[in-house]
Ligand binder design. Structure first.
Ligand code: ADP
Length: 488
């Protein structure tokens, strides 16, 4: 038997020397206008707001706040581009632009990764290895579809819808922009995109990439702004499609305001994903899957595995291993390549997390938080999990959208399925077991759009993503992602 060296445990405790990525690669302007008809210009509102670095609280730059008149200008610009160039252009030609955009994202990937980490607070390891490569991959993937739409399974001559209004959240800013734009453009639509108010930076850098790629003016217009700008987009009747990713609450408002219109809508909303660990699962791998499921991107993930359902017989073992692993997570400077967990995106989000964690404690669940030291400036929350959670607790029912896990137990596969489905949401679940037949049995009974087997939070442009129940409707990614942008 191999003997574990005596120094092993002390090796684990060694601290890492900082490995900082330089922020100097990102050259930000002091202010950014709205990207309409291929160039940046001032908003008609004459209003600006700051976008800040959540890890320090410092202002990164100032961006424009678009109002109704700007929405009108952007829609007109997109309409002109739709009629004059984009929808009439052969698919093969559109594909060339999308390939060019994908390559430019790759060329500027380091800059985009740093900008994303500065604006969002996510670790550079994630923006560099996940967000930005996946954003490029989405453009590459949909470039391939642009001249093959008649083979996508939506009829022999599928047509675009027209001008798409797209509203995205702050958790994966560039990636969500790519999820929305790439299929819409491949299908021949033009777009007006609104990034979230706390993370507009990479969408603005993407606008520069569109200029570099010589994308015809007006094909994509980018309006920075807050919820009011989003609401003005939804209220504008010049769109032929609205696509939204964000909270269930705002999704409901949008659904209501479009109810009486004929505008097609897709919604990708919240979640309360169950990560189900059976007693025959490879426990160490499953613990890594639990970590990925809830601490990836500070838990700011709609499909996060925020409810751990663990077979009762292995509960204590899993919790012991999880405790050790949580204590090893390095929380701190998002630009440090060693960092596992970065900053909470905004003080509003931090307050929401604190409120739900306090509810967990007062409802009687047992809290464990990593003893890591948190930076003195910026917005932070230590990786946390709760044991002794019951299904009726708020922390088991409401989306926390932070690095907080609720642990429940089950005894039989039937009980696991019943508990996993006992939620108004239905975005994603994970199943960990050595038995394929058991995984399939469970997966068939889970009411969620995505089921991961022996893995969690794995994304690929070829694979459709989306929810059921209050997690929304419509699919993004894969061949299915084209459907929401075609007149089928
Ligand atoms: P989160 O809860 O993740 O912060 P939100 O649903 O509040 O997400 O925001 C997601 C996106 O929706 C952002 O771009 C935000 O500006 C926008 N938004 C917020 N309120 C509205 C609204 N009433 N109508 C349209 N868009 C909105």
């Amino acid at each position: 038997m191999t003997k574990v060296p005596a120094t092993w445990s002390s090796l684990n405790a060694l601290s890492y020397a900082p490995a900082l990525e330089s922020a100097s690669i990102v050259k930000l302007r002091t202010e950014y206008g709205l990207f309409i008809n291929g160039s940046f210009d001032a908003p008609r509102t004459n209003e600006q707001f700051a976008t800040i670095n959540p890890a320090t609280g410092e202002t990164l730059t100032n961006v424009a706040r678009a109002g109704e008149a700007d929405v009108e200008r952007a829609v007109q610009s997109a309409r002109r581009a739709y009629e004059k160039t984009w929808s009439t252009m052969p698919g093969a030609q559109r594909a060339k632009y999308l390939f060019r955009i994908a390559r430019l994202i790759q060329e500027r990937s380091r800059e985009l990764a740093v900008a994303e980490s500065l604006d969002n607070g996510k670790p550079i390891r994630e923006s560099r290895d996940i967000d930005i490569p996946l954003a490029a991959a989405h453009f590459f993937y949909y470039a391939g579809w642009a001249d093959k739409l008649e083979h996508a399974g939506f009829g022999t001559n599928p047509q675009p819808l027209g001008v798409a209004g797209q509203i995205i959240p702050w958790n994966f800013p560039l990636l969500m922009a790519s999820w929305k734009l790439a299929p819409a453009l491949a299908a021949g639509n033009t777009c007006v995109l609104k990034p979230a108010e706390t993370t507009p930076l990479t969408a603005l850098l993407l606008a520069e990439i569109f200029q570099q790629a010589e994308l015809p003016p007006g094909v994509v217009n980018i309006l920075t702004g807050d919820g009011e700008t989003g609401a003005a987009m939804v209220a504008h009747r010049g769109f032929n499609k609205i696509a939204f990713t964000g909270s269930t609450e705002v999704g409901r408002t949008i659904h209501r305001s479009l109810a009486a219109s004929a505008t097609p809508l897709t919604l990708e909303l919240g979640g309360k994903g169950a990560n189900i660990i059976f007693d025959d699962a490879p426990i160490d791998e499953a613990v890594e899957g639990i970590i990925d499921g809830i601490f990836f991107n500070q838990g700011h993930v709609c499909c996060a595995g925020s409810r751990l359902l663990v077979h009762e017989s292995i509960h204590d073992d899993v919790v012991a291993r999880l405790t050790r692993r949580v204590d090893q997570l390095r929380v701190g400077d998002p630009l440090d390549k060693n960092t596992d967990v970065g900053a909470i995106n905004s003080s509003e989000q931090l307050e929401r997390i604190k409120e739900l964690v306090a509810a967990g404690e007062s409802e009687g669940a047992t809290r464990y938080s990593s003893s890591c030291e948190l930076p003195s400036k910026g917005t932070w929350f230590a990786p946390t999990f709760f044991t002794n959670v019951s299904n009726s607790h708020r922390i088991a029912r409401e989306e926390i959208f932070g690095p907080v896990l609720s642990i429940l137990t089950f005894r039989t596969p039937e009980e696991a399925v019943a508990k996993a489905n006992n939620t108004p949401y239905g975005l994603a679940c994970g199943v960990w077991s050595e038995k394929g037949s058991r995984t399939l049995w469970v997966a068939q009974r889970l009411r969620a759009g995505v089921i991961w087997a022996n893995s969690y939070n794995k994304f690929d442009p070829t694979s459709p993503f989306g929810g059921v129940k209050e997690s929304g409707f419509g699919r993004e990614g894969g061949r299915h992602g084209l459907e929401g942008y075609l007149n089928v």
